[in-house]
Design a binder for this molecule. Structure first.
Ligand code: ZN
Length: 115
């Protein structure tokens, strides 16, 4: 079977993100079955994968900014509770900025042209 990729195709390879007109296995990825994008369950599953990637990335970056901002915790010695507020705000601001700079990849294809 020779599959030719079609960016508007109905069948999607989760591995390499190629799209094809016919079902079957991906031409490039061995034993990677193509997903039918017109199946709502498939789209839901792809979106869940995307969300999981997003949450993993957000958790990692929040942890990282917590470490980067850790010296701010020294403020607690001088300004007491406000030091925690400043630390929390700096951590959230930094992790938000980092997620914008390094967003996780979203694989779910845009299905606009099929609706
Ligand atoms: Zn593939």
């Amino acid at each position: 079977m020779s599959q030719t990729p079609n960016p508007q195709g109905q069948y999607f390879c989760e591995q390499c993100e190629a799209r094809y007109d016919e079902s079957g296995d991906c031409a490039k990825c061995p034993e990677e079955p193509l997903l039918n994008l017109l199946d709502e369950d498939v789209l839901l599953m792809l979106q869940q994968f995307d969300d999981a990637r997003w949450q993993k990335r957000a958790g990692l970056l929040t942890m990282l900014s917590g470490v980067i901002c850790a010296p701010l915790l020294l403020l607690v010695l001088f300004v007491k509770k406000i030091g925690f507020v400043i630390y929390g705000a700096a951590m959230l601001g930094l992790s938000g900025a980092m997620i914008k700079m390094f967003p996780p990849k979203r694989k779910t294809p845009d299905m606009g042209q099929h609706i």
